[in-house]
Design a protein around this ligand. Structure first.
Ligand SMILES: [Zn+2]
Length: 331
C-alpha cells in the first residue's frame, strides 16, 4: 500500500510506502558508540577552539554553560565585503558569510535529551542572539540554525553543539518557498504554516504534543520516519523574537520531543533546523518561524536525489502515536 502526499508548507511530495519497512535494509544502523578521546568542546579545553565570540554563564558554579566560537573549518567566511543593495553576481560574493558553532554544554554530552532544561533554554537563547546579531549587520541575506546529531546526520564532533550559518545569498529553494508563502498569505490572509497547523490540530492524528504557545506535529507528508515540525500556534516571523518568558516552554518541548524520538528509534541520529525569516527589510508577515527535526533512519538514494521526492516507510500517524505513548520523564 503506498500513497502520494503533498506538504503544503514546503511544497514537497512524498511517497508513503509502509510495505517497504519490511525490507531487510530499509532502516540503517545509526546508533553510535561514544568516543573517549580528547574533545575540543569539553570544559577545560577552551584554548583548542578559535577565540570565543560569546559565552553564557550560570549565576554560580560553572564558568560557562554555552559558548559561541567561529567554525574552525567554515563553509563560508567573511572575505571582501560584497556590494550591498542589488543582488550581486555569485562570483562577486566569493563565499562571503558567517559560520559559527554553539557549544551547548560544558560536559561531554551528545544530545539535548541528556541536558538540564536550563542548558537547552540558554542554547535556544544563544541562537536567538546570534541570529539577531547577524540580521543587524546588514551585509548578510539569510541565516539558518542547524544541528547534526550522530555520524549518520553528518556530525563530525560528538559533543553536543549546533551551528549558525549566514550567507550573502538567498538559497534558491528557499526563495521558491518564500514566494509560495507570500502568495498563500495574500490569498488567505494567514500564513501557510498557520493553515497547516489548523488542519493538523483539527485532525489530531499526527499531533505529538501541544503546549500553551507551541505544537509539535509529525507532518501529513513526513519525508522520513519520526519527522517532527514544531511551530508557534500564533504566527511570528522571527525566531529571535520569541518572548523570553516562552523560552523555557520551548526548551522543555524540544527536549521532550527529542527524548521521545530517541526512545522510539533506538537513539536515532537526527538533523534539527530552525527556520526564521530572511534578513532583508521585509515585510515578513507571510513567514511563520518553525523547527524541523529529521531523524536519519533511512537513506536518501537515487530516487530522492533525482526527484526531491522522499520515500517514507513509516506512516506519520503511526510515528505520532508511538511518540505520544507515555514515558517516564527523567528530571
Ligand atoms: Zn566534549
Amino acid at each position: 500500500m503506498s500513497e502520494y502526499r503533498h506538504d503544503p508548507v514546503n511544497g514537497h511530495w512524498v511517497i508513503l510506502a509502509d510495505n517497504r519497512s519490511d525490507r531487510p535494509d530499509e532502516y540503517i544502523e545509526t546508533g553510535w558508540e561514544r568516543i573517549s578521546e580528547a574533545c575540543p568542546f569539553c570544559e577545560g579545553n577552551e584554548g583548542e577552539t578559535p577565540p570565543e565570540i560569546a559565552r553564557y554563564a550560570p549565576r554560580r558554579g560553572r564558568t560557562w554553560l554555552a559558548r559561541v566560537v567561529p567554525n574552525k573549518y567554515p563553509a563560508v567566511a567573511p572575505g571582501a565585503r560584497p556590494p550591498i543593495g542589488r543582488p550581486p553576481p555569485l562570483e562577486a560574493l566569493e563565499g562571503y558569510g558567517v559560520h559559527e558553532v554553539v557549544i551547548e554544554s560544558p560536559r561531554h554530552l551528545v544530545s539535548w535529551s541528556e541536558m538540564p532544561i536550563e542548558g537547552v533554554r540558554l542554547t535556544c537563547r544563544a541562537y536567538q542572539e546570534r541570529l539577531a546579531h547577524l540580521r543587524r549587520r546588514g551585509d548578510l541575506v539569510y541565516g539558518v540554525v542547524f544541528k547534526n546529531v550522530g555520524p549518520a546526520a553528518g556530525a563530525s564532533i560528538e559533543h553536543v553543539h549546533g551551528q549558525v550559518l549566514a550567507t550573502a545569498l538567498l538559497p534558491p529553494p528557499i526563495a521558491v518557498r518564500l514566494a509560495h508563502w507570500r502568495e498563500g498569505y495574500h490569498e488567505a490572509g494567514r500564513t501557510v504554516v498557520s493553515r497547516w497547523l489548523d488542519d493538523e490540530r483539527r485532525d489530531g492524528a499526527r499531533v505529538v504534543a501541544e503546549t500553551r504557545h507551541f505544537a509539535a506535529v509529525c507532518p501529513f507528508a513526513s519525508r522520513v520516519p519520526y519527522e517532527v515540525r514544531i511551530a508557534p500556534l500564533e504566527p511570528m516571523p522571527y525566531y529571535e523574537a520569541i518572548p523570553a518568558g516562552w523560552l523555557g516552554e520551548l526548551a522543555s518541548l524540544l527536549r521532550d520531543v527529542v527524548r521521545r524520538i530517541e526512545r522510539a528509534s533506538a537513539r536515532a541520529a537526527y538533523n534539527l533546523i530552525i527556520h526564521t525569516a530572511p534578513f532583508d527589510a521585509g515585510p515578513h508577515d507571510h513567514f511563520h518561524w518553525h523547527i524541523e527535526i529529521l531523524p536519519r533512519l533511512t537513506r536518501a538514494a537515487g530516487f530522492e536525489w533525482g526527484t526531491g521526492c522522499f520515500i517514507n516507510p513509516l506512516l506519520p500517524e503511526t510515528a505520532a502515536s508511538r511518540l505520544r505513548a507515555p514515558h517516564r520523564t527523567k528530571p
